[in-house]
Write a protein that binds this ligand. Structure first.
Ligand code: DAH
Length: 330
């Protein structure tokens, strides 16, 4: 075989050998050794140089060098491509055009945000915030508030009993007693918290709900101030033009007592949102305040009722279902 033919043959073999490389990259090194190694096909052809006539030797050397360079650079470019493609395939996994990862965040529960709003309004007019026990004795929840054992008002609130004389508080008014037992007047507090009632469930009543109690005790506290304060509060909560009604009522711990209703346009009816009144002198006596010296007003706001009006929620039970579709709206 002439040198030219041998060169052609090696070139052919090399081409066939590298055809499979993309599928079998592990063969890469074997192919390099077979063709470009020290004892490879190209080296073997160089070894035949000695047998070539002297005048043809220069030309033969030139051709062999070309072959060697050609195979080497073909081989190098395969190596380079494979390196790139393996890097590229990793890079391909990341799609820069995708929208950023969205981490779902919670939202503030409408009860919580209504509570915050109520707190902010009262804090801005000089009230401090206090908290009290949710499990309390009957004395603080009833007796000290002048709701006596056989008083019909005790039936107004169906009570959950924890054990003998301990109850889940039926209102935040129990904290009025704790505050006055522990402090000297003047006192100006609001008390947010959970309350519990064993009531028939309906769109406006649930066994658990929230109240914000208010208590202001000082030497000169008048019913006019109570009315003005609550009117101011309701208008800051619901806007200047809210339709509100101040209605005489009865609570054993206040005298006189009143309730505030808000007009609910959705239901075309009044909805009671808070009770209030002047602290009954008997309550002062129970905590050791002199009723001839001290006067006070108190109020209890129903938070769910207010949140229902504010956010147009039709059923109080929605607050407690934890349905994400409901909660997401706030
Ligand atoms: N405790 C009453 C209730 O749960 C609400 C209430 C009425 C609180 C009058 C008061 C008040 O402080 O003065 O229905």
């Amino acid at each position: 075989m002439s040198l030219n033919d041998s060169i052609k043959a090696v070139r052919e073999q090399f081409r066939t050998a590298i055809e499979d490389i993309p599928n079998e990259p592990s063969k890469l090194e074997k192919i390099r050794v077979r063709f470009l190694g020290r004892k490879g096909e190209v080296a073997k052809l160089f070894a035949t140089m000695g047998k070539i006539a002297a005048e043809e030797r220069a030309e033969a050397g030139k051709q062999l060098n070309e072959l060697k360079n050609e195979l080497q650079s073909a081989f190098d470019s395969i190596v380079q491509k494979m390196g790139k493609s393996s890097k590229k395939s990793q890079a391909d996994k990341f799609d820069y055009t995708l929208p950023g990862l969205y981490a779902p965040t919670g939202s503030i529960h409408p009860i919580e945000s209504t509570l915050n709003e109520v707190k902010d309004i009262f804090k801005s007019i000089g009230f401090s915030v206090a908290y009290g026990p949710e499990v309390d004795d009957e004395y603080h929840n009833f007796d000290a508030l002048n709701i006596l054992e056989h008083h019909p008002a005790r039936d107004m609130q169906d009570t959950f009993f924890v054990e003998d004389r301990a109850v889940l508080r039926t209102h935040t008014s129990n904290v009025q007693i704790h505050l006055m037992e522990n402090k000297e007047p003047p006192i100006r507090y609001i008390v947010p918290g959970r309350v519990y009632r064993n009531e028939a469930l309906s769109y406006k009543s649930f066994c658990l709900f929230h109240q914000v109690e208010g208590l202001y005790v000082d030497k000169n506290v008048s019913f006019a101030e109570l009315k003005g304060t609550l009117d101011y509060f309701v208008r800051r909560m619901f806007g200047e033009n809210v339709k509100i009604r101040f209605r005489p009522s009865f609570f054993p711990f206040t005298e006189p007592s009143a309730e505030i209703d808000l007009w609910n346009p959705e239901r075309n009816q009044w909805l009671e949102i808070l009770g209030c009144g002047m602290v009954n002198p008997k309550v002062f006596e129970n905590v050791g305040y002199d009723p001839k010296v001290w006067h006070g007003y108190a109020f209890g706001i129903g938070i769910e009722r207010m949140a229902m009006l504010k956010y147009k929620i039709k059923d109080i039970r929605d607050f407690y279902r934890n349905d994400v579709r409901f909660l997401e709206q706030f």
